[in-house]
Design a protein around this ligand. Structure first.
Ligand code: KG4
Ligand code: ZN
Length: 330
């Protein structure tokens, strides 16, 4: 049985995991850095890189111990090679190169977005290509047609902010703290989604892309006006994001032939209102809706190890001189 060690360090989670070639997660360890970034209201790249350096090696040791294996037992080391905060990506990639060299095993450089895109197949091994993926995270908001391992077609992206970024900025504006997504969702639960009139940028247009900057500015104006309560603003904002995501995804579904499922991935996919609305949309299109469990939606190393397993099975290996990339479109 194939064993893949995966390492993730592209943002503010340091993670190591071991998965098998047939999709069993033998270990998955995560060290968050929220408390270190919280005083600054967002992720500070330099602090993130240093924190990755401190915890990564012991975390890898712990993951191997959880899986009951030694480094020599792994068949490949898979690492996030980008896109992300370059200091953190370098920490994870250089560590992975050293481990691969020490174990004399191949290195697999994984695009973080590919990790999210394939994570759903770790959750549901029966899911077949092609599927339509809505990838919504702190750094990305994209619709991708996934035709196979290494075969991704980007149908839409954001022209300004990512959906998670909009949640994080809204949380900051409303004084709800960091990280913003879960805080806004909690506040929204006690509010009226129709209380505050907010724009739905690009909704109903032939343009396939996403836009959230105008929504963020409108939230700022609503908060400053003093006319609305925090819960109502949070609920109205969340509803506006739901409407934008659903409209853009519906447009992509209407234009996509032969997809087997609608899949959502990325940290924002943890949002209950978003999941419910997408599920209804999939049902309207007579498609199954597949969302990985929450721990697999937010950043983790199991999805990187799994993308590594899929690439290994397809013979897609990398040389040890593969570079770390801050930007790396799928
Ligand atoms: O995929 P992820 O863990 O990291 C990136 O690759 O960006 O996504 C993190 C993003 C953050 O912007 C966070 O606020 C958002 O996902 N998020 C949520 C929720 N949980 C996390 N957004 C809305 N509702 C949530 N429950
Ligand atoms: Zn991510």
């Amino acid at each position: 049985m194939t064993l893949i060690l995966g390492i993730e360090s592209s943002c503010d989670e340091t993670a190591a995991a071991v998965v098998t070639g047939d999709g069993r997660v033998l270990a998955h360890r995560l060290a968050g850095q929220e408390s270190e970034h919280r005083p600054f209201g967002g992720v500070v790249p330099e602090i993130a890189a240093r924190a990755h350096v401190e915890v990564l090696a012991p975390l890898v040791g712990a993951a191997l111990a959880d899986a009951g294996i030694a480094l020599a037992d792994v068949d490949a080391v898979a690492a996030t090679a980008g896109p992300g905060l370059i200091g953190g990506v370098m920490v994870g990639l250089v560590t992975s190169k050293a481990l691969a060299m020490a174990a004399d095993k191949p290195l697999i450089a994984v695009n973080h977005l590919e990790g999210h895109a394939l994570s759903v197949r770790l959750h549901d091994r029966s899911l077949d290509f092609p599927y339509l993926l809505l990838l919504v995270s702190g750094g990305h908001c994209q619709l991708l047609r996934v035709d196979g391992v290494g075969r991704y077609r980007r149908l839409a992206t954001t022209i300004d902010d990512a959906a998670g970024e909009a949640f994080d900025k809204t949380a900051k504006l409303l004084g709800l703290g960091f990280p913003g997504g879960p805080a806004v969702e909690r506040a929204a639960a006690g509010g009226d989604p129709r209380a505050v009139p907010l724009p739905r940028p690009l909704v109903g247009t032939a343009d396939p892309h996403f836009s959230f900057a105008g929504l963020k500015s409108a939230v700022a104006r609503a908060a400053q006006s003093g006319d609305f309560g925090t819960a109502d603003i949070a609920a109205s904002f969340q509803q506006a994001v739901v409407d934008c995501l659903v409209d853009r995804t519906r447009r992509a579904l209407d234009a996509s032939d032969g997809v087997t499922a609608l899949v959502v991935a990325g940290g924002v996919a943890a949002n209950g209102a978003i999941r419910e609305a997408l599920e209804r949309l999939a049902t309207d299109h007579a498609l199954p809706f597949v969302a990985p469990p929450l721990w697999l939606c937010t950043d983790n190393a199991a999805m990187i190890a799994w993308a590594g397993a899929e690439r290994l099975a397809a013979g897609m290996l990398d040389d040890l001189d593969v570079p770390a990339r801050a930007r790396w479109p799928l």
